[in-house]
Design a binder for this molecule. Structure first.
Ligand SMILES: NC(=O)c1ccc[n+]([C@@H]2O[C@H](COP(=O)([O-])OP(=O)(O)OC[C@H]3O[C@@H](n4cnc5c(N)ncnc54)[C@H](O)[C@@H]3O)[C@@H](O)[C@H]2O)c1
Length: 328
């Protein structure tokens, strides 16, 4: 019997972690989650979950883990723009600090949930990890700086993997309806309308199943030192994606869907290559828009109170930040 990997998932009660933690637990890992539970805790009871701020962890808390996965921080542009200072503290300072503690504690691998947002506004070429990433807005900059500070710690005994994730999509028991495909699906179903800022911009879309596979591959890999790796299921324009959602909803629910274009300038536009993920991890994404929508369709009863604020990170975050201002 192979030894189990001891994996600590920081921010593991969030949208990604709530799918990832049980997946890893079922795949030869002993998982522990640390999370403040900003959005609640929908993890199954068999996952060892500690409600705690990552900044309150001590070196001794990290001893004995083979891998640390960092999923915490402010996870989208609206949160970063609402509180740019906290964005840099949580998305750059916190991974740097906990990366430092993890290395001191003898952890072998640190996997950082970075974002393809680091590529900013590109001119319709497919970006690899070798291309220069330039973003000039808080979320993208903070993720890039988070990568840099972690990569500076990498050496023969401490492997750092920065996953530049596309926009994640699909159902999680801790659901988010503020992510491109999930939002379109919800709006088509609840309003009969999909409103696009600009149909021509490109986005890599990443199904949750493919992402879980990527983390498991990285845990089991022989990666050395520091690597930055794009992780996505497919690239699409927002316009094409909206048409796929429209036909899916028409087919499954018999609803007529209107697509409205606002044609405003977006500050993010990128498509990415996953060749490096294939080469280093044998990562082979399997999900397309249709299979992700089937997942959303099959689980819709779990999140059908579409207006519930817990599905929208910025609404919950504003409340938390405002209450902290009042109590401090
Ligand atoms: N969801 C996406 O499309 C996407 C795409 C690219 C990158 N990412 C990155 O992946 C990570 C996870 O994303 P998600 O969608 O699951 O976000 P999420 O907001 O659902 O989860 C983040 C979790 O981190 C926790 N957290 C935040 N600060 C903490 C702290 N100081 N101590 C303990 N817990 C803390 C929150 O309570 C939350 O449960 C984020 O870092 C995000 O930036 C996400």
């Amino acid at each position: 019997m192979e030894n189990k990997h001891n994996v600590l998932v920081l921010g593991g009660a969030g949208y990604i972690g709530t799918r990832l933690a049980p997946y890893l637990q079922n795949n030869n890992c002993n998982v522990t989650v640390v999370d403040t539970n900003w959005f609640g805790n929908y993890l199954p009871p068999h996952i060892n979950t500690i409600q705690k701020d990552i900044f309150d962890l001590h070196l001794s808390d990290l001893v004995g883990f083979d891998t640390v996965i960092f999923l915490a921080g402010l996870s989208n542009d609206p949160m970063a723009e609402f509180s740019p200072k906290d964005n840099f503290i949580y998305n750059t300072g916190m991974p740097a600090y906990i990366g430092f503690l993890a290395k001191e504690a003898g952890v072998k691998r640190f996997i950082f949930a970075s974002s393809c947002s680091v590529y900013g506004y590109t001119r319709n070429s497919t970006f690899t990890e070798e291309d220069v990433a330039i973003s000039n807005y808080p979320y993208g900059v903070s993720k890039l700086q988070g990568e840099h500070s972690l990569l500076a710690l990498a050496d023969e005994n401490f492997s750092v993997v920065c996953f530049r994730q596309g926009t994640v999509s699909g159902y999680s028991p801790r659901m988010r309806l503020d992510l491109a495909l999930n939002t379109m699906f919800k709006n088509a179903l609840s309003k009969g309308e999909i409103t696009l800022s600009n149909p021509k911009i490109w986005r890599p879309i990443l199904g949750l199943n493919d992402l879980c596979d990527a983390y498991l591959l990285a845990i089991n890999s022989n990666l050395q030192k520091g690597e930055v790796i794009n992780i996505s299921s497919f690239n699409t324009t927002i316009g094409e994606l909206a048409h796929e959602v429209k036909s899916f909803i028409q087919q499954q629910y018999g609803l007529e869907i209107k697509i409205t274009n606002q044609n405003v300038q977006d500050y993010r536009n990128y498509k990415v290559s996953t060749d490096k993920a294939l080469q280093l991890l044998n990562y082979k994404p399997k999900q397309d828009a249709y299979s992700i929508m089937l997942d959303l369709h099959d689980t819709v009863d779990q999140y059908s109170s579409f207006d519930d604020e817990r599905f929208y990170n910025i609404l919950v975050f504003k409340k938390i930040m405002m209450s902290q201002l009042i109590t401090n």
